[in-house]
Write a protein that binds this ligand. Structure first.
Ligand SMILES: Nc1ncnc2c1ncn2[C@@H]1O[C@H](COP(=O)(O)OP(=O)(O)OP(=O)(O)O)[C@@H](O)[C@H]1O
Ligand SMILES: Cc1ncc(CO)c(N)n1
Ligand SMILES: [Mg+2]
Length: 522
């Protein structure tokens, strides 16, 4: 938070105390969020959504209620504001007792209620503040009138770490500017950032005529467009509250802001998709199910999300080669990382499951200690069992949308694609990157059609996802691959060039240098 105390080290290395705390025998602190918001009797949005999201993400959530709404899937019938003094009693009660990592605000329906919130936050400083400036429900009902605009602009936004207005709210905060396109959203995010919040996310769920659902994130320097296919469903009641609470929950677990926002967006996508056909209530704004991922352990999720630049030097292991050179997978992986590999994939086609699992666990430990992500080829079961960072699948392996639903929103998924159509499908299905090739002929994969540099370029141009090139790439031709002039081509994946060699470390270093040099030339 900006002026109310708390820490100021966003975004680089902020970690909640919870994430850093070691557990002792008798005390285990779990991440804690406080939501200050309105009650929705239909339980799709407001306090009820916040509680469900935090529970689904493995985070404790306390709730201070600012208003009670009579609301269902048809709309808001009535709103009852709680007396500001009583909101203050609730705030004092929990803030003096709990050790919150993050405070998230939703419906703050009057200036007086914002005043008591500000007073309590200055009495009890918290580590981070997420402000969802709720003003109008998607059904069109006013939840906080224009009287709150000036205190929002002057006193609440400047102390927020992130604000998450939808397009109507962004427009209201900016005095009524028109926001009808993604470019308008970018301009709005920039202007809102000037009001003082450290990060801005303008949500595009309600943007007219867009087939993708696009949110615009601005950190004061760079914009990120977070884009996903729009889910065709009437069950979108509470998406905004869900997104902001999920951001708060991820921050409480120790995520950086951009990771938190990306995971939250994917959480909303997954929940909407999972619940698109459910029927609750008779109106046009149905709620959705936040617990689609109940089977998974949210606490075990990684703190940092996929960084496309990690595809730079992508090392893929091969058991035959390791046997030939008489080295273990673990030694091969260690040497590759020491030589500069930026991501590792274990590709074990013949290994016994038990043996593979043990090796994979050992590799996870090595990779974690070096901050390098580890993916498993094809074997979703092994990836889950060893808590790898993700998987890489081929076109005839398990479908990517199913892999995504099994692994949840925060694992990395890569998919091999030879054509623009496959690349588009990979994006639609929720992959994080594509591997494209074989670029050149290779002995590693027999009978594999090569696509050449032209084919690679065509796939890169069609792909909304970052691309890593694969197939017959080594020190002699890596430069020609990197020179194809595609901004989303992030690196090369290699097998023989590293592992069918006497010294993996030396080859990795050489290849890393080659890639660095060719990057400099581009
Ligand atoms: N049909 C959809 N498919 C995919 N994502 C969606 C859809 N509708 C909304 N979203 C996403 O949900 C999040 C919330 O966006 P939205 O703009 O609807 O917020 P809001 O209007 O504040 O929500 P609420 O409906 O709770 O008032 C955003 O990440 C947005 O992109
Ligand atoms: C109580 C409440 N808060 C927020 C929203 C925004 O969706 C809503 N509809 N109801
Ligand atoms: Mg909406």
């Amino acid at each position: 938070m900006n002026s109310l105390g708390g820490i100021r080290s966003w975004p680089a290395n902020w970690r909640s105390t919870t994430a850093l705390m070691t557990t002792t025998e008798s005390v285990r602190k779990i991440p804690q969020v406080l939501t200050v918001a309105g009650s929705d009797s239909g339980a799709g949005a407001g306090i009820q959504a916040d509680l469900k999201v935090c529970a689904a993400r493995g985070v404790y959530c306390a709730s201070v209620i600012t208003a009670v709404t009579a609301q269902n899937t048809r709309g808001v019938q009535s709103v009852h504001l709680l007396p500001p003094e009583f909101v203050s009693e609730q705030l004092k009660s929990v803030l003096s007792d709990f050790d919150f990592d993050v405070v998230k605000t939703g419906m703050l329906p009057s200036t007086e209620i914002v005043e008591v919130l500000l007073q309590n936050l200055s009495d009890f400083p918290v580590r981070a503040l997420v402000v969802d400036p709720v003003m109008v429900s998607t059904s069109g009902h006013v939840l906080a009138g224009s009287s709150i605009l000036s205190i929002f602009r002057e006193r609440l936004l400047p102390i927020a770490d992130i604000i998450t207005p939808n397009v109507k709210e962004a427009s209201a905060l900016l005095g009524g500017v028109r926001i009808e396109t993604v470019s308008d959203m970018r301009s709005a995010a920039k202007l809102l950032h000037e009001m003082g919040p450290r990060f801005v996310l303008v949500k595009g769920g309600d943007l007219p005529d867009s087939s993708d659902s696009v949110d615009v994130y601005f950190d004061g320097k760079e914009f990120h467009e977070l884009r996903s296919p729009r889910v065709a469903t009437r069950n979108t009641h509470g998406t905004g509250c869900t997104l902001a609470s999920c951001i708060a929950a991820e921050l409480a677990k120790g995520s950086s802001m951009l990771s938190a926002v990306k995971v939250a967006k994917r959480f909303v996508d997954n929940a909407l998709d999972y619940s698109k056909d459910i029927a609750i209530g008779s109106g046009m704004q149905g709620p959705f199910d936040h617990f689609f991922g109940l089977k998974k352990d949210p606490q075990s999720s990684r703190c940092s999300i996929f960084n496309p630049d990690d595809l730079f030097l992508y090392a893929v292991t091969d058991s035959r080669m390791n046997r030939k050179w008489n080295r273990s997978i673990v030694d091969a992986v260690k040497a590759a990382i020491e030589g500069g590999a930026t991501i590792i994939q274990l590709r074990e086609k013949e290994a016994e499951t038990r043996e593979f699992l043990e090796e994979a666990k050992a590799c996870v430990d090595i990779c974690r200690s070096h901050g390098v992500s580890l993916l498993i080829n094809d074997r979703i079961d092994i990836a889950l069992a060893c808590n790898a960072d993700g998987v890489h699948v081929g076109q005839s392996d398990m479908p990517v949308d199913l892999v995504r639903s099994l692994l949840g929103p925060d694992k990395i998924i890569g998919v091999s694609c030879k054509t623009p159509e496959q690349a588009h499908q990979a994006w639609k299905d929720g992959a994080d990157y594509i591997g494209s090739g074989g670029v050149f002929p290779t002995n590693t994969k027999a009978n594999n059609r090569t696509i050449g540099l032209d084919g690679l370029k065509e796939v890169c141009e069609a792909s909304k996802l970052p691309v890593v090139a694969i197939g017959g790439i080594g020190i002699s031709n890596a430069d020609s691959v990197m020179q194809i002039d595609a901004p989303n081509l992030k690196g090369v994946a290699v097998v023989s060039a590293l592992f069918d060699q006497d010294c993996v470390l030396t080859q990795a270093k050489k290849l890393h240098k080659t890639l660095k040099d060719s990057k400099r030339e581009i």
